[in-house]
Write a protein that binds this ligand. Sequence first.
Ligand SMILES: Cc1cc2nc3c(=O)[nH]c(=O)nc-3n(C[C@H](O)[C@H](O)[C@H](O)COP(=O)(O)OP(=O)(O)OC[C@H]3O[C@@H](n4cnc5c(N)ncnc54)[C@H](O)[C@@H]3O)c2cc1C
Length: 380
Amino acid sequence: MEHHVYEAEHHAFRELCKEFLAREAVPHNDEWEKAGIVDRDVWRKAGAVGLLGMDVDERHGGGGQRDFRFNAVLVEEIVAAGASGLGFGLHNDVVAPYLTDLTTEDQQNRWLPGFCSGDIVTAIAMSEPAAGSDLAGIRTTAVRDGDSWVLNGQKTFITNGELADLVIVVAKTDPSRGAHGISLFGVERGTPGFSRGRRLEKVGLKANDTAELFFDDCRIPSDHLIGQENQGFYHLMANLPRERLGIAVAAVAAAEHILSVTLDYAKSRAAFGRPIGKFQHNRFLLAELDTEVTIARTFLNACIVEQNAGRLSVTDAAKAKWWTTELQNKVADRCLQLHGGYGFMLEYPVAKAWLNSRVQTIYGGTTEIMKEIIGRSLGL
Ligand SMILES: Cc1cc2nc3c(=O)[nH]c(=O)nc-3n(C[C@H](O)[C@H](O)[C@H](O)COP(=O)(O)OP(=O)(O)OC[C@H]3O[C@@H](n4cnc5c(N)ncnc54)[C@H](O)[C@@H]3O)c2cc1C
């Protein structure tokens, strides 16, 4: 059943991704994890071989393929290579649609070629120290002043925050109107009043930079408004299913990968005169995990097909996000246990998989918020 949504062109793209990651990421991974950030250059190298902006129009330097399967393949291979520092998923899966579908021709000409070449690394800044799940509670403001917008506020937990050359910032433009008074802005590196805080130290995803951002009378040109004024919340709602699908892709890929590593381990590690996988408890456990991962993959593939048809619902994306990420955590945890003491050693892939899995049920909307969305769809 594996990978049955993929066709010949996706298999070819997978080979390209594998080859790129083996050459440009795997040898540097330890060093990036120690640094807490990847080398800026790997973005340009990825852009040069076509791993950035696969669904951006060719006239702007993109791949011209509106097919989320390419995005999925890249994320799967990044997970399999253990190159979790590469924030390409955030760039391609989350940010791209804002820049392709909500922007003016001028904005596209300004930002998309760099987006695809790797000269412009992107981030999206919604969360703040006092508001994550409750997006309508953000405090960052943007006030119109002649030909500019003036931003004030603070963001936190921003993926690619330090490397980013362009950040889509969510701000209140009409604080009296709650969710109806939110807008999106493109803020470029070097804009006076835009600064970054410390590199945040995380439990996992060690090589992926996560930063605090500050806006202090940060003045940007009026034409850096992305989408419609005061419609930001709706623009976010429209794009969050794709973000959540991207996280589910990573979750299923991680679960499949670590399960396969653990199966090998369970066949080769012996105790009491037999491979540990032969004890009925462990055999049943692995059988259960394998079943659940197969179910996850099947539902995920159905969601990818829906996404490509422009039909992925907010509810189905929420189901995919919470269920696959909780499963990923369960798989990582049980697989670590099967490794015994070696599972607690960072040199074993299962240990890193366990650490990296933990955040998946939190960002992109927590499990609890996903269940709120699904509950509402049930009329509750
Ligand atoms: C590594 C990492 C990368 C991230 N990257 C980004 C990024 O690039 N851009 C960005 O904008 N944000 C990013 N985030 C932020 C992330 O999206 C938020 O942390 C997340 O949405 C949760 O918000 P919070 O941390 O404020 O928790 P809170 O909203 O304070 O939630 C705390 C707890 O309360 C629960 N809770 C809240 N509301 C309800 C409710 N109604 N019912 C039941 N339970 C509820 C939550 O589920 C959670 O368990 C990132 C976070 C991390 C850790």
